[in-house]
Design a protein around this ligand. Structure first.
Ligand code: ASP
Ligand code: MG
Length: 450
């Protein structure tokens, strides 16, 4: 095991010169941090996605590129020796300009990945220079040399083995003498094409990289001081959690607590790397440690909310007492790489929600080809504007009585697709978007504020 930490900084943590300086101070204060994974500056990926979707009006395209230039320029002008960094960033902006033009003619997922990767490629140039100016031995490293993925552009799958081999050869040795600044979110396929791990993917990158260099710890610095019992913007009395287990935290991330990308904990868990989540704005407030073994395992740990759900209901009279129907449904979904999140079934129908959006954002869509194939089998109904509410805790499948408490608290609301019992760690259901916050507020009050 390496004796160093990996620290990841999210987009808001590197949003401007002051924010980046706070990151630098955090790194300075912890000499065991040798490897830094950074997001794009806040707002940049969204602008790049806009360009990647194809802005046909040239004037409008230029405006977006100007916005990108302004964000980076505002930081660069505060550096002492800006010339080289400025030219590196402007070179990337030139690439953005030509890719954006190409995307306005014909966009593709491959082009999108190349384009959106430019955000991290720029922010890391600036952060490395800022750190050097503070006297740290910082070097920027292009993670595409190491982070190998398949070619599923927009949501690439990492090749953990290859990444480990390359990291050992190219990345770990660099960390001995330098503080290495590298990009989250991006990688490359076997042919050297740029790929991305999906929106918000830099947490996942950081964990993959930590795993690849066998880091001692992983710090995720974001804009919230750790994990709370629920989003404090929804329930005022949400309380910080100082320590939580991998399984609870994975459930939370899976269920849309926006703190961590859902896949982040998979590599950390594989290598038993403790993960810290804290706010780079208020590092003194501490944060949450996610570990294998924790002191306490309460029945209710937290409430998570994930909106933008797409619910697909499949109905077929043929399903009645038949076998093989679900197998066929899943065969079709698998063939079209549609990942299913929740599922409930009755005798003649099955409802499911679609997983995670890719780099283009928005509610997940059932691909038309998959829908057409399903329609040969059954009727297909799609509903949107739904949110998933998840109650996360411990030993829930063994405990009696609390379901009544949960459902009576929410008796005025129309709950859909209740999933309960399959996991000891959660109970979840869908509600209409318009009442989703209310559902969280009521439950938080009842279960956490007593
Ligand atoms: N910059 C990417 C995004 O905004 C990745 C990340 O920040 O995690 O989705
Ligand atoms: Mg982010």
């Amino acid at each position: 095991m390496s004796s160093f930490n990996v620290a990841k900084f999210g987009g808001t943590s590197v949003a401007n010169f002051e924010a980046m300086s706070r990151c630098a101070a955090i790194i300075e204060n912890n000499p065991s941090t040798r490897l830094v994974v950074s997001s794009a500056c806040s707002g940049v990926t969204n602008l790049l996605v806009e360009l990647a979707n194809g802005v046909t009006d040239e004037q409008q395209r230029r405006q977006v590129i100007q916005q990108l230039a302004d964000i980076h320029e505002a930081i660069i002008v505060q550096l002492n020796h800006a010339t080289e960094t400025a030219s590196e960033v402007y070179q990337i902006l030139d690439t953005v300009t030509s890719l954006a033009e190409a995307a306005s003619i014909q966009s593709s997922t491959k082009l999108t990945d190349h384009l959106v990767a430019c955000g991290e490629l720029m922010s890391t140039h600036i952060l490395a220079q800022l750190m050097r100016e503070r006297g740290m031995p910082a070097v920027r490293f292009d993670i595409r040399q190491v982070l190998r993925t398949d070619d599923t552009f927009g949501k690439a799958e990492p090749n953990v083995e290859q990444t480990g081999i390359l990291a050992k050869e190219l990345l770990a040795p660099l960390c001995e003498d330098s503080i290495v600044i590298t990009q989250g979110f991006i990688g490359a396929d076997d042919e050297g094409n740029t790929t991305t791990l999906g929106r918000g993917g830099s947490d996942y990158s950081a964990a993959l990289i930590a795993e690849a260099v066998k880091a001692e710890g992983l710090e995720i610095w974001t804009d919230v001081p750790g994990i709370y019992t629920t989003d404090p913007r929804i329930a005022e009395k949400a309380a910080p959690i100082s320590e939580i287990s991998f399984s609870e935290a994975s459930e939370m991330a899976n269920f849309g607590a926006k703190i961590l990308h859902p896949s982040t904990l998979v590599p950390a868990l594989r290598h038993d790397i403790p993960v810290f989540v804290g706010s780079s704005k208020e590092p003194e407030k501490g944060g949450t440690w996610i570990r294998h073994q924790v002191q306490s395992s309460p029945l209710f740990r937290a409430l998570a909310l994930r909106c933008n759900q797409t619910m697909v209901t499949l109905r077929s009279a043929k399903m009645f007492h038949a076998y093989g129907f679900l197998a066929k449904v899943f065969e079709i979904l698998a063939k079209h790489k549609v990942s299913v999140d929740l599922i409930t079934t009755s005798e003649i129908s099955v409802s499911l929600t679609l997983d995670q959006t890719d780099t283009s954002g928005g509610a997940p869509q059932l691909p038309a080809a998959a829908r057409a194939e399903l329609e040969e089998l059954c009727t297909v109904e799609i509903e949107q504007n739904l949110c998933l509410v998840a109650l996360i805790g411990n030993n829930m499948s063994d405990s009696k009585g609390y379901a009544k408490q949960v459902f009576s608290t929410l008796e005025d609301l129309n709950l859909r697709m209740i999933c309960f019992g399959a996991s000891p760690h959660n109970l979840c259901f869908l509600v209409h978007e318009s009442v989703s916050r209310q559902a969280i507020q009521k439950l938080h009050k009842e279960l956490f504020e007593g």
